[in-house]
Ligand binder design. Structure first.
Ligand code: SAM
Length: 205
């Protein structure tokens, strides 16, 4: 899918993703002291808005202008007087993040499913954007989800098991704090199902 496809997908539905943050984002970010964060490929902003509610000053980017416009509108509606804590921008994850190098305490990638070469570029940009000591949190549909889990993309090329994320950041200035598969319960029309996500927390060194 390209930016135009995502624009069409967002324009066709009131809310494509849930209003609540991803459960693993909430779990791994909650213990951190709020500071500055960038949510890369933030979509409609469920995680970015939650981060702002937790006291983070958030920049949220996506290459879908329709997604970014929706995120802005939702941030104003949900955050009210705190809406200024979230800056939503149209930007491609494969180019350097807005704000410049080492600008953020936290970089978040939540379900950015890109083919290998673009994925590595996006990760490199994300690591460059975080200050030494800061964190990069990556949540993606796992490759194992194809055969053992529910939903998610059907193209193996954009799916990553934990070892593949660790391989992709080899040579970058990060330490791996956590890398594993996590089960995400999903309510479907056919009853409860389980999706398999890869969750990786990196610390910039
Ligand atoms: C599955 S959605 C996830 C949205 C959000 N992170 C969340 O967890 O709700 C993937 C998002 O990635 C965005 N995206 C895909 N490729 C991108 C790229 N190269 N640069 C920026 N955004 C991209 C899409 O527009 C879409 O909003």
């Amino acid at each position: 899918m390209d930016a135009k496809d995502w624009d069409e997908r967002y324009a066709a539905t009131e809310l494509v993703w849930s209003a609540e943050p991803n459960r693993f984002v909430a779990e791994l970010v909650s213990p951190l002291t709020p500071g500055t964060a960038i949510d890369i490929a933030a979509g409609e902003g469920r995680n970015a808005i939650w981060l702002a509610q937790q006291g983070w000053t958030v920049t949220a980017t996506d290459y879908s202008a329709v997604g970014v416009e929706r995120m802005r509108a939702r941030a104003e509606a949900v955050l009210g007087a705190d809406a200024g804590r979230l800056t939503a921008l149209v930007a491609d994850a494969t180019v350097a993040a807005p704000g410049g190098p080492a600008a953020y305490d936290l970089v978040l990638f939540s379900y950015l499913q890109l083919p290998r070469a673009e994925w590595r570029l996006a990760l490199r940009n994300g690591v460059e954007a975080v200050r030494p000591g800061g964190h990069v949190l990556i949540v993606v549909h796992a490759a194992r989800n194809l055969t053992e889990g529910w939903g998610g993309p059907s193209s193996r090329e954009v799916l990553y098991d934990p070892d593949e994320v660790v391989d992709a950041v080899e040579g970058l200035p990060v330490a791996v704090e956590h890398a594993g598969i996590r089960v995400r319960p999903v309510e479907t029309e056919d009853g409860p199902r389980e999706a398999l996500d890869t969750v990786v927390m990196l610390r910039r060194v």
